[in-house]
Design a protein around this ligand. Structure first.
Ligand SMILES: *Cc1c(COP(=O)(O)O)cnc(C)c1O
Length: 347
C-alpha cells in the first residue's frame, strides 16, 4: 500500500510541476531548483490575503457601518450591486450568515418551507440554521451529480396553498457552483426553468453563490446573466477570491433594507469594517480577473492525477468545471486518511 501511494504522489508532483512551471507564473524556475514542494489544496478557504489586500486594509477609509457611514463598505456594496445586476447589496461576515440572513428575510411568516438540494451547503453544513433560527422547514430534493435536481420532481413538491395540514412552499435554494458535487457550474437553462416555475407560483429563488464568480468565469459570461434568474444571492470573498473575511448578499432594495435588520439581530452589524471591505475590493480588482487561472490549474492537476493515479484514485476530469477536484479512492484497503497523510509529505 505504502509503495503504491509513494509512486502515485511522486508521479503526480512531477507531472504537475512540469506543466505548471513551464506554463505559468513560475516560468523562470525549474522543478530541479525548487525541489519537492507541498502545495496545500485542501480548500479555497485557506487562501491568504495578498500583499495588495494588506496594504488596502491598512489605508482603508472607514466609518461606522451600522450607521451606514463606512465609505469603503458602501463602495463595495455599490460595486457588487452593479456587478450582480441587482438593486442593492449588503456586506456580511460569512457565507453562512449570508444565507441565513437571506432566508430569514424572505421567510418572515411561520409555517414556511424551502426546497433545497440534499447535497447543498445550506442543508448539510450550516447546522440547519434555517430551521433553528428562521423556523423554515428544509425540504430536500435529490441533487444530481451535476449539482442540479430534477425539475419535474421539484414541481411535484409544491404544496397546495389551501391545505391546513401542510407548510407553505416559499423558497427554492440553488447552489452555484455546487460545492459537494465537485464545483459544478449550473447550466443556464436549468436556472431558467427554476425561475419560470418560481414566477408562476409566487416562489422566491435564493442562490447560495459562495462561488458564483467561479461559475461566471467558467461560462465566460457576466455574473448578472446568472443572477437574473434569482431573487437573492450570497457570495463569498473568503474562498477563491482570497480575501481574509467576508461575504455579500444581493437582491432588491426592499430585500436589503430588511436584511440589514436580520443581520443586526444575528449580531452581524459591524462597525469600522471598511478594513475588510477594502480587501474584498482588491478581490474584485485583482483576483477576479485571474480566477480562470485557478480553473486551468485545477484541470491540469486533475489530468495529472488521472494519468498518474497508480491504480489508487480516480478523477472525473471532464467533471472539473471550476476550482474543485474530487478524488475517489478505487483501491481496496486504502483509506482517505492514509492518502491525505501521504500527500502531506514532501518526499
Ligand atoms: C463556504 C460555503 C458557504 C459558507 O461560507 P462561510 O463563510 O464558511 O460561512 C456557503 N455555501 C457554500 C457552497 C460554501 O462553499
Amino acid at each position: 500500500m505504502g509503495h503504491e501511494l509513494q509512486k502515485l504522489t511522486h508521479g503526480l508532483l512531477n507531472q504537475y510541476l512540469k506543466k505548471q512551471l513551464t506554463r505559468y507564473e513560475f516560468r523562470t524556475y525549474s522543478a530541479a531548483t525548487i525541489g519537492p514542494i507541498v502545495i496545500d489544496l485542501r480548500s479555497d478557504t485557506i487562501t491568504k490575503p495578498t500583499p495588495a489586500m494588506r496594504e488596502a486594509m491598512a489605508k482603508a477609509v472607514v466609518g461606522d457601518d451600522v450607521y451606514r457611514e463606512d465609505p469603503t463598505v458602501n463602495e463595495l456594496q455599490d460595486r457588487c450591486a452593479a456587478l450582480f445586476g441587482m438593486e442593492a447589496a449588503l456586506f456580511v461576515p460569512t457565507g453562512t450568515m449570508g444565507n441565513l440572513v437571506s432566508i430569514l428575510t424572505h421567510c418572515q411568516q411561520r409555517g414556511l418551507e424551502a426546497i433545497l438540494g440534499d447535497q447543498s451547503h445550506i442543508f448539510l453544513n450550516e447546522q440547519g440554521g434555517i430551521a433553528q433560527f428562521a423556523g423554515v422547514l428544509p425540504r430536500s430534493i435529490k441533487n444530481k451529480s451535476d449539482g442540479t435536481f430534477d425539475i419535474e420532481e421539484m414541481k411535484s413538491m409544491l404544496r397546495p396553498i389551501n391545505d391546513p395540514h401542510q407548510t407553505w412552499t416559499k423558497l427554492i435554494c440553488l447552489e452555484n457552483t455546487h460545492n459537494f458535487c465537485g464545483g459544478k457550474v449550473l447550466p443556464l437553462d436549468f436556472l431558467q426553468q427554476v425561475h419560470d416555475f418560481a414566477e408562476k407560483n409566487d416562489l422566491i429563488v435564493h442562490m447560495d453563490g459562495a462561488r458564483v464568480m467561479n461559475a461566471a468565469v467558467a461560462l465566460q459570461i457576466p455574473v448578472s446573466e446568472i443572477l437574473k434568474h434569482v431573487h437573492s444571492v450570497s457570495v463569498c470573498f473568503s474562498k477563491g477570491l482570497a480575501a481574509p473575511v467576508g461575504s455579500i448578499i444581493g437582491g432588491s432594495k426592499k430585500f436589503i433594507d430588511m436584511a440589514i435588520r436580520m443581520r443586526k439581530v444575528l449580531g452581524g452589524g459591524t462597525r469600522q469594517v471598511g478594513v475588510l471591505a477594502a480587501a474584498a475590493l482588491v478581490s474584485l480588482d485583482q483576483v477576479l480577473p485571474r480566477l480562470h487561472v485557478d480553473h486551468t490549474h485545477a484541470r491540469i492537476i486533475a489530468e495529472a492525477i488521472q494519468q498518474e493515479n497508480g491504480g489508487v484514485v480516480t478523477v472525473d476530469v471532464a467533471g472539473v468545471h471550476s476550482n474543485i477536484i474530487v478524488m475517489h479512492i478505487i483501491k481496496d484497503g486504502i483509506l482517505a486518511k492514509d492518502l491525505v497523510r501521504r500527500l502531506m509529505q514532501s518526499k
